[in-house]
Design a binder for this molecule. Structure first.
Ligand code: SAM
Length: 122
């Protein structure tokens, strides 16, 4: 099974200048934990999770630029899901943006998506 068969599309994204409070609202309203941060062309700039928002509140940070993670672990549509599962384990993360060869964000894949797949097989 390839990533493209499991990915969530379209993905909810945010921009580096978005207000932390608006990002928090997006997480809650969409019942998600990961939001890729993109520029105006949709190119990946970072990732923000509910954990980062909690950290921002704890430290009194208000700018998304200061809390987003810039070195993002990504996945590609033509990769086997198994390889992505190993990457999730290796880096202790739970969601990976899926990008194309131009680094544009196409979707997202999470540990939950993979668990659901394993659950169906058993
Ligand atoms: N274990 C938890 C989980 O799976 O979500 C949290 C630990 S994880 C180390 C928390 C940090 O990882 C956050 O600062 C977040 O921005 C970052 N992060 C989450 N997904 C990421 C990804 N795909 N690439 C790089 N960093 C990521």
């Amino acid at each position: 099974i390839l990533v493209r068969e499991l990915e969530s599309k379209p993905v909810i994204v945010t921009h580096p200048d978005e207000n932390i409070k608006d990002v928090a609202r997006k997480l809650v309203e969409n019942n998600i934990n990961h939001i890729p941060v993109v520029d105006e062309k949709g190119v990946l700039q970072g990732i923000v999770t509910s954990w980062d928002i909690a950290d921002a509140v704890a430290k009194g940070k208000t700018s998304l630029r200061d809390v987003m993670t810039r070195k993002v672990i990504i996945a590609r549509e033509d990769e086997p899901v198994e390889v992505v599962a190993r990457r999730i384990d290796k880096y202790d993360i739970s969601g990976l943006p899926i990008v194309d060869s131009n680094n544009k964000v196409k979707g997202i894949i999470t540990a939950e998506d993979i668990s659901r797949l394993v659950g169906k097989k058993m």
